[in-house]
Design a protein around this ligand. Structure first.
Ligand code: ASP
Length: 452
């Protein structure tokens, strides 16, 4: 078995591996929760827009922009450098096949858990069709316009991103799926070319080193950014919104994410690595907390790569190739969430679903999750594909069909649901990277020193 060679393009960051950062992030999260809830109660649910917009500007605009700013160069260089360090096209093929099998099977598994729970708990039964159509946001409506065709549409959506007509345009628009597919092509070509492609490879290695250095600077600001993000989220809706008529729905999603994230993924981790999955989970806390607070797998990617390499003992060549791929296409939490949410909405509208529709939901929720970008609320938008597929399979049209506006019912609490599903998305990526690394190279106890 060939073992890819290590490189030393990743600058080490003392700050990112210090316990100070974890504690500061946790502090930012907790104080954000307290401040947000205090503001919500003090102003009785109508927090002045000056306060919310200031929190939004600092957390959701400045901090998230800082993370996003570095994404395209990071993803492109990380994938190219990762592929080049893998050493041979056959090795690359092995990693690619293993990653695809892992991603698809865990997403199907997550969607199945969601379906089983929501059918058993039936959180939508008895809520009635209270979903007003007026408040639905326009982005869900417009997603719905493109959703006609269900399964076929889901596949078309994914393939059109995989083969961009203009890669540079895709990069400037931040279309990460396109950036990844072009980087895979470029990296593979460089791998095959060997020494004749050395100068371009050096360029990407430098770009990767620069990106990682900048990220370690940005990470210093994470606790402050997270504080404002969480304050903004909670001040607008209050924690009690999770306990109202939607509490059974919130519980179903939370239980499903808990079963998948704390039972099934750890079980797979243990079977593959024979080590303690919860020790790995604790080491990954910076990435998981960032996912929880930013609602974005993509924005978390810089932290995921850093944490997986520095603390998780994941080989650099696997982390750099697999994690960008995972952040963009592997979304266990989103697949589970979409399955639960769609069945919940059908239950609210009193439309009965049979085994065929449940099977369609598992498959389309998985494809819709693959197609969802790693950004806040992407799962809510691609959910239109799943609703459309079920309406079609039941032959429902016009007034008889479940309207896309039904999603208005769960729109208000989506940001908090998104925090949880994004954390499971990122956890799935990290577990996948460690399992693939272990299965291919049996590097269970790689020391960080070896990697950096
Ligand atoms: N926010 C999720 C993510 O970035 C996607 C979603 O909305 O489900 O992973």
């Amino acid at each position: 078995m060939t073992t890819p060679h290590h490189d030393s393009t990743c600058p080490s960051s003392h700050f990112s591996s210090s316990p100070f950062l974890s504690w500061a992030i946790i502090l930012g999260l907790i104080t954000g929760l307290i401040c947000g809830e205090a503001l919500f109660r003090y102003f009785q649910g109508v927090v002045p827009s000056e306060i919310t917009s200031t929190c939004e500007f600092i957390g959701n605009t400045l901090f998230i922009n800082l993370l996003k700013m570095i994404l395209v160069p990071l993803v492109a260089s990380s994938v190219v450098v990762g592929i080049c360090s893998i050493g041979s096209p056959s090795e690359l093929g092995k990693i690619g096949i293993l990653a695809s099998v892992f991603y698809i099977s865990t997403m199907l598994m997550a969607a199945t858990v969601g379906v089983l729970l929501v059918v058993t708990i039936a959180p939508g039964v008895g809520i009635g069709d209270t979903a007003g159509s007026s408040s639905v946001s326009s982005h869900i409506q417009s997603a719905g316009e493109h959703a006609t065709g269900g399964l076929w549409m889901a596949l078309q959506n994914i393939s059109s991103h995989l083969i961009p007509a203009n890669p540079l345009k895709a990069a400037t628009e931040g279309d990460l799926l396109s950036v990844i597919s072009v980087s895979i092509l470029l990296g593979t070509a460089l791998l095959v070319l060997g020494d004749s492609g050395r100068s371009v490879r050096n360029l990407f290695e430098s770009l990767f080193a620069i990106s990682m250095l900048v990220i370690s600077w940005i990470l210093h600001l994470a606790p402050v950014g997270i504080f404002f993000l969480v304050t903004w989220t909670v001040a607008r809706i209050g924690l009690a919104s999770l306990l109202g008529p939607l509490s059974k729905y919130v519980m179903t999603v939370t239980l499903g994410l808990g079963i998948h994230g704390l039972l099934l993924l750890p079980l797979l981790y243990f079977l593959a690595t024979q080590t303690n999955p919860f020790a790995f989970l604790a080491k990954m806390r910076n990435a998981l907390l960032t996912a929880f607070t930013t609602d974005s797998s993509s924005a978390t990617l810089p932290v995921s790569i850093r944490t997986a390499e520095d603390k998780g003992g994941v080989s650099s060549y696997v982390a750099r190739f697999i994690l960008p791929l995972g952040a963009t296409i592997n979304m266990d939490g989103t697949a589970l969430y979409e399955a639960v949410a769609v069945i919940f909405l059908f239950q609210c509208y009193g439309i009965e679903l049979h085994t065929l529709q449940l099977a369609i939901i598992v498959i389309t929720a998985t494809l819709a999750a693959v197609g969802a970008a790693g950004i806040p609320s992407a799962g809510l938008v691609t959910m239109a594909i799943v609703i459309e597929a079920v309406n079609q399979s039941l032959g429902l049209q016009g007034d008889a069909a479940l309207p896309l506006s039904a999603a208005a019912l769960i729109l208000g609490i989506d940001r908090i649901m998104d925090m949880m599903r994004t954390t499971v998305n990122v956890w799935g990526d990290l577990v996948g990277a460690k399992i693939i690394d272990t299965l291919l190279y049996r590097r269970v106890s790689v020391q960080p020193k070896e990697i950096v």
